[in-house]
Structures are given as structure tokens and as C-alpha cells.
Design a protein around this ligand. Sequence first.
Ligand SMILES: Nc1nc(=O)c2c([nH]1)NC[C@@H]1CN(c3ccc(C(=O)N[C@@H](CCC(=O)O)C(=O)O)cc3)C=[N+]21
Ligand SMILES: [Mg+2]
Length: 283
Amino acid sequence: MILDGKAVSEKRLEILKERIEESGLYPRLATVIVGEDPASQMYVRMKHRACERVGIGSVGIELPADATTERVLEAVARLNNDPDINGILVQLPLPAGVDTTRVIEAVAPDKDVDGFQPCNLGRLFSGTPVFAPCTPQGIMTILEEYDVPIRGKRAVVVGRSIDVGRPMAALLLNADATVTVCHSKTENIEAEMRNADILVSAIGKAKFVGPEMVKEGATVIDVGINQDEQGKLCGDVDFEAVKDRAGAITPVPGGVGPMTIATLMENTFMAAKMRTCDNTTVW
Ligand SMILES: Nc1nc(=O)c2c([nH]1)NC[C@@H]1CN(c3ccc(C(=O)N[C@@H](CCC(=O)O)C(=O)O)cc3)C=[N+]21
Ligand SMILES: [Mg+2]
């Protein structure tokens, strides 16, 4: 079975558009992009387009590649203090000269629609999430939409980044999976991966995951954004080689990527609703 992230994201965006309309709210997302990396520019454009589609306002802050950490912090502070802005997304990766940790920590937790701020990661790990990072939360939504069982199942997450691997492990744990996190130093990684009922790959190596790493009937989630020999977008998973062995699998493109953006829109609406509730006790 193909887990069609594109289709699920379309459905979720349609529902969200109605919810936003009914709410009478006009949520607003601010994106901050530093430098002119073409991939980052494309992702930010896609996010703005999704905003337009569901009735979320968006503003894009663009800073030069040589912007200092102080300059980026200043932009974040301005957005934190702007009552018209509900959500803030600082596009990653930031240029090497900018202190990413300081910037992420500066985002107001109640506007942190990326879910990367330590307050939000802490809440996620304590089992009381507010904003969960969009890629892993989007993956949970696909699993739910296709009724993939999670409770009691063995989930193996390959990768331990702040944006994907770590929060993915927390979300699966919160959903009562038995979770293993593998990474570049893991010994005998194939054996670990072969145990997985749910295998989430966020490695960053084109077609790294072959059938010998996949248990028969497993659900395989491919978070990879890589290029193949022809320069074509491809995931971490050798899709053609794995698809018959897997019980269910996400394609690249059309799998996890669109769910990331749909979840960002959902988080931004949630931020706008929290503000109107003055839900300060959450924090
Ligand atoms: N602060 C921050 N938050 C992010 O959420 C964030 C980020 N930084 N930096 C970069 C990554 C990457 N990311 C993607 C979003 C959508 C697709 C997506 O929709 N991809 C399409 C294909 C697009 C194409 O044609 O290349 C698909 O998979 O079908 C992919 C990747 C969000 N990210
Ligand atoms: Mg269902």
C-alpha cells in the first residue's frame, strides 16, 4: 500500500480552510529566511502558497546571508512582540555564521509553530505536547489516516535531529510504541532496522534503505530529501526495491513533504486560537 501524503495533505488543508473560515479568525504566519539558498527559498514559497490557500496571512522576512546572530535575533524579537503575528518559522538551515540554537531558543513558545523551541520539545518529551515539529507530527497524521497500528509496535527511527528524529521518537513513544533510535554510530544498524514494524528513515542518503533492512510487511516512512544519480529528488529508501516487501510505504515526492506543510498550517491555526483563548496557563 502506498501512503499518499499528497492526498492526505490536500484533504487536511480543505478541512482546515473550512475551520479557519468558521472561526472568523485571520491567523498570520511570519517566515524568516537568511541568505539565498534556492532550496530554502522554494520551501518558503511553498509555505506561503499553502497559507494563501487556507486563509492564513503570511509575511516573509528576508535577511542577507551575512546577517549576524544579533540581527536575526532582532527580527525574531520584533515578530515575538507583534500582536498581529501568530506563528513564526525561522527557515533552517541558517548560514554557518548564525548561532542556530540561540535563534531557535529566542522564538516565543506560543508562536513556535515549528515546535523546535526547548519549551515545546520539553512538553513533547514529557508527554504533554503543544506544538510538535511539523514533519514528525505530519507522519503521525498519515499513520492515523491509514489506521496503521502503533500501540505496542516496534518503531525504529533512523536519525536523531531536532527537527525529525528526536521528536519523531517522542511522538511514537507518546502513542505507546516501543521505540528505538538509530544513528551514524549505531552498531549493527541493519539488524535494528529489520526489527521495525514501523521504520522511519531520516538519514539523508539516497536509496540507503534496501529490502534487507526491512521486515516483511513493515510500514516504511521515508523522510529523506536527496538527489539520485540523475539529480532527481529521491528519498532514503530504494522505493522500487522495498515497496513489495513493505506493507505500506511513503513515496518521495508525495509522501512526508506535503504533510509537513499541512501540519505547519494546522499549527499556525492552533496558535491563533490559543491567542484568542488567552491560554496563558498552558505555558
Ligand atoms: N524551520 C523549518 N521548518 C521546516 O519545516 C523546514 C525547514 N525549516 N527547513 C527545510 C525543511 C524541509 N521541509 C520541507 C517541506 C515540504 C516539502 C515538500 O512538500 N516536498 C515535496 C516536493 C517538493 C519538490 O518538488 O522538491 C514532496 O515531498 O512531495 C519538503 C520539505 C520543511 N523544512
Ligand atoms: Mg482512521
